[in-house]
Ligand binder design. Structure first.
Ligand SMILES: C[S@@+](CC[C@H](N)C(=O)[O-])C[C@H]1O[C@@H](n2cnc3c(N)ncnc32)[C@H](O)[C@@H]1O
Length: 467
């Protein structure tokens, strides 16, 4: 994390300018119908005596070790104290920020470097907080929890050790701890909404595949009578119910970078319906394993969409997963192409592949033929459509260039968007962040590209008449 602060030019009108920032805050204050009666207090959420009875809880809890808020606040506190302590003497009564040690954060340096102790402190504190919330929350209203944490972001030694021997390593300690806390406190997750909350220009998002959404988890107390389920039952219900939820997320154009996080919600809705999900040895299945099974179902869902792609695209997907745009052996390509019901020469003719001196590789986007016209391409593939659109978007005429292509692509256009989800998923698993950005960007830009494509289609007959 880069710690910096900006001294905005008060006369500037660019994004993040001084007046704009004041305006945002003013909007939030004005939005509340009770704003005149609102008040803020700094209290320790883990302490049992702070909650009144029958409250409505909506919370954005800390994300494991993601951000040290107390450290961050201290960075500014010492400066603010100098200029504001005579206006707010109570707020600035201490030399450094108070109660720092009560902050729920899994940072080992607070525990003489012990990751295990930091983990235990965080888990116990968060679990205690959710239990208190469960006791005090009003029956008529759900608890809502906002959570924006990428599943693959936690990479500490604790989880690495646990991951050994697991086929899927993507369940994160942050998500796991938060969900275990909620479920052990007696909550079921009854709904989830991805919400666009994160700004793409924030410091940790710049040039990365940072999340665009927070997930709002809607939780209700789990009935005492909730039944248990076996692992097999849980997996079957996941397979039956999750694809529908994933399809809705894709139809809503969720960013590929957010899809894995967003799928946790509907998956956990199923898991937390039961008092317990039991493994074959009678042990309770932990959230970590449930998250891995949800990830697996997401992979299967995306892989099944391959059935809708042409043979050349199916070849390119597998080749890409093994080699990206690097060279591989001709013989391997030939075997794979036969399995996919196509041929190396066909792939070369289709403008996807180059084959020379016993080596083949996928064409990079900057090598794609210029002035490509989908309407005159007699071997039109979804792969080319996706790569050409990204090339237009990133390196050439931007949204308008991609829109011009989309208006000529017909139904292949929608398949190109689906392929972008699949390719992002592969890049994410393989850790190819830069290539992943390309596919994520295409989906994020899709609403604007489609709008421009519709305009282009409307204006085309007129242009032809003028010609
Ligand atoms: C993810 S942040 C919330 C950010 C906030 N929604 C925003 O947009 O600015 C989590 C917050 O929990 C606070 N927190 C950590 N431990 C706490 C505790 N024991 N009691 C109360 N708040 C705590 C952190 O200081 C941090 O402000």
């Amino acid at each position: 994390m880069t710690w910096d602060f900006a001294e905005a030019n008060p006369l500037s009108e660019s994004t993040g300018n001084f007046i704009g920032a004041i305006d945002w805050i003013a909007k939030v204050v004005e939005i509340s119908p009770y704003s005149t009666k609102g008040f803020v207090q700094r209290l320790d959420a883990t302490k049992s005596d702070i909650y009144a009875k029958s409250i409505v809880v909506s919370t954005d809890p800390p994300y494991y070790d993601n951000i040290g808020y107390a450290d961050l606040s201290e960075f500014f506190y010492v400066w603010l104290r100098r200029s504001l302590s005579f206006i707010y003497p109570d707020l600035f009564s201490t030399i450094i920020i108070p109660d720092k040690e009560r902050e729920l954060v899994a940072t080992p340096y607070r525990f003489s470097g012990s990751k295990q102790k930091a983990k235990e402190f965080f888990e116990t504190g968060l679990g205690e907080t959710f239990k208190r919330m469960r006791e005090m929350a009003h029956d008529g209203y759900p608890l809502t929890v906002y959570y924006a944490f990428k599943q693959t972001e936690t990479d500490d030694e604790v989880s690495l050790t646990e991951r050994k021997g697991n086929s899927d390593s993507r369940a994160s300690t942050g998500w796991e701890t938060m969900l275990e806390g909620l479920i052990k406190a007696g909550f079921s997750i009854t709904g989830t909404w991805p919400m666009r909350t994160e700004l793409s220009n924030r410091t940790v998002a710049s040039g990365t595949n940072a999340l665009a959404s927070s997930i709002a988890l809607v939780c209700r107390p789990r009935p005492e009578t909730a039944p248990s389920a076996t692992r097999r039952q849980f997996v079957n219900i996941l397979k039956r119910e999750l694809p529908d939820a994933l399809q809705k997320l894709q139809q809503g154009n969720i960013a590929p970078v957010d899809l894995a996080q967003a799928s946790i919600g509907p998956g956990m809705e199923i898991y937390s319906r039961y008092s317990k999900v039991l493994e074959s040895d009678g042990e309770r299945m932990p959230v970590r394993i449930a998250l891995q099974l949800i990830n697996q179902t997401l992979d299967d869902f995306l892989a099944e969409q391959e059935g809708e792609f042409d043979a050349e695209t199916c070849f390119a997907l597998i080749w890409f997963e093994q080699h990206t745009f690097n060279e591989g052996l001709f013989g391997d390509a030939e075997t794979l192409s036969k399995a996919k019901n196509t041929a190396v020469q066909g792939l070369v003719d289709a403008g996807i592949l180059t084959a020379k001196a016993g080596k083949v590789r996928l064409l990079r986007r900057d090598e794609l033929p210029k002035n490509w016209n989908p309407q005159t391409d007699n071997r039109l593939t979804v792969w080319e459509a996706t790569q050409h659109m990204i090339h237009e978007l990133q390196d050439r005429a931007g949204n308008q260039g991609a829109a011009n292509l989309l208006s000529q692509l017909g139904t292949i256009g929608e398949a190109a968007r689906e392929l972008a989800y699949r390719l992002y998923n592969i890049c994410d698993r393989k850790g190819w962040a830069a290539e992943g950005v390309a596919y994520n960007s295409l989906v994020i830009s899709w609403p604007e590209i489609s709008r421009l494509a519709a305009e282009t289609e409307e204006s085309t007959p007129l242009q032809m008449a003028l010609l």
